[in-house]
Design a binder for this molecule. Structure first.
Ligand code: GDP
Ligand code: MG
Length: 373
């Protein structure tokens, strides 16, 4: 090989190496600039609602075209609600009065397992297992059926006494039923409030990337049901911080997926396991005591000591909240960095302030990590 050729290939190799170095540096800088926030907690505790609030305050704010796509999900909540009312009526020995109502209930009962089956499959596989259009169309066709059901005097009477239902309506179901006519209008477009209230279990993992004040954030939302929690560990390494969501109103509820397990006890146990995980020993954790609005309401009607006999305080929201917070802190390893927020994830103004606070904490953690503070 001539000297010239050797010289050229050496120059080429140096240029390539510089280019690779440059790429690696860029990648490293990007990663250093990227703040990863992992959101954990039991099913229904408010994780996805928090993601929605992030989108609302720092993302695309749910443009109209996308809001239209939320319609089937809203209808699913409405259908779930009516199905629950019918089931409760059967359990309580109540009757649908009108022929139209009876026919409608029959149609709903016929279609419901199909929708649920498809939904279950989708959840199980992390994909839409059967043609999604089919299910969406079923749902979009449903308002005309449920309108007949809603007009039935028996259904109305039953709904009026829903407090004694053995199978309670969820907050989302109550919310949509209260606004039933608006939702069934042909021109209906879900509002931001509707989207925040909507209950749609998270399938698999949802990631959202945001840039705020020239910092890149990757926020990771996972499914919280027991069967899905073994997947959490794959996201532990390299996260800047974890937000752990707790449903405060779960102190006297059982898990949806396990009717023998108290929701809050499960949350305490999961929090303990998570904070002791070897990959998260140095990771800061933000504890979100969520559903504070529902908790305040519940504390008027229920006693915390009934499900937590170890609670010796007065049955006031302050004492109860203090006890719950201590129970979580007690379960974290000594010296663990914990930040606590008492939240109501559907409250837009409150969440704006809380999210600003969270972002500031994340910036500080990131500066500490990259050695600039
Ligand atoms: N009243 C009330 N409802 C909430 C609150 N946070 C979440 N929700 C509702 O609870 C349901 C479950 O919330 P979601 O974010 O999907 O829970 P996830 O399973 O943890 O993702 C949804 O219908 C939300 O609108 C809250 O603080 N107060
Ligand atoms: Mg979710």
């Amino acid at each position: 090989m001539s000297d010239d050729v050797t010289q050229m290939s050496r120059k080429g190799a140096i240029a390539r190496s510089r280019s690779i170095d440059h790429q690696l540096n860029e990648e490293r800088e990007k990663r250093e600039k990227e703040i990863q926030l992992l959101i954990l907690g039991g099913g229904g505790s408010g994780k996805t609602t928090f993601m929605k609030q992030l989108r609302l305050h720092y993302g695309d704010k749910f443009p109209d075209e996308e809001r239209r796509l939320w319609r089937p999900h809203v209808f699913q909540n409405v259908v779930d609600a009516f199905h629950r009312i019918i089931s409760n009526m059967e359990v309580l020995g109540e009757e649908i009065k009108s022929d139209e109502g009876k026919a409608s209930a029959q149609e709903l009962n016929r279609l419901y397992p199909k929708m649920c089956y498809q939904r279950l499959l989708a959840l199980e596989n992390g994909i839409h297992a059967s043609p999604k259009k089919n299910r969406d169309q079923l749902l979009l066709d449903l308002p005309s059926e449920v309108i007949k059901l809603q007009k039935d005097p028996g259904v109305k009477a039953s709904y009026a006494t829903r407090n004694r239902y053995p199978l309670r309506l969820s907050e989302a179901e109550e919310y949509f039923l209260n606004d039933f006519e608006r939702i069934c209008a042909p021109s209906y477009l879900p509002t931001i409030k509707d989207i925040l209230f909507l209950r749609k279990p998270t399938v698999g993992v949802q990631e959202m990337c945001l840039t705020i004040n020239s910092l890149n954030y990757r926020v990771i939302d996972v499914a919280g049901q027991k069967s899905q929690r073994n997947k959490w560990i794959h996201f532990f390494e390299g996260v800047t911080a974890v937000i752990f969501f707790v449903s405060l109103s779960g102190f006297n509820e059982m898990l949806e997926e396990d009717s023998t397990m108290n929701n809050l006890r499960d949350s305490l146990q999961t929090f303990q396991e998570m904070t002791h995980n070897q990959y998260l020993t140095k990771t800061d954790v933000m504890l979100f005591l969520n559903k504070h609005d529902l908790f305040m309401e519940k504390m008027k009607r229920f006693r915390l000591a009934e499900t937590f006999p170890e609670f010796r305080g007065h049955n006031t929201p302050d004492d109860a909240l203090g006890f719950i917070k201590d129970e979580f802190y007690r379960r974290a390893p000594p010296g663990k960095s914990l930040y606590t927020h008492v939240s109501c994830a559907i409250n837009v103004d409150l969440m704006k302030t809380i999210i600003e606070n969270v972002l500031q904490i994340l910036v500080d953690i990131n500066l500490r990590r990259t050695g600039l503070m």
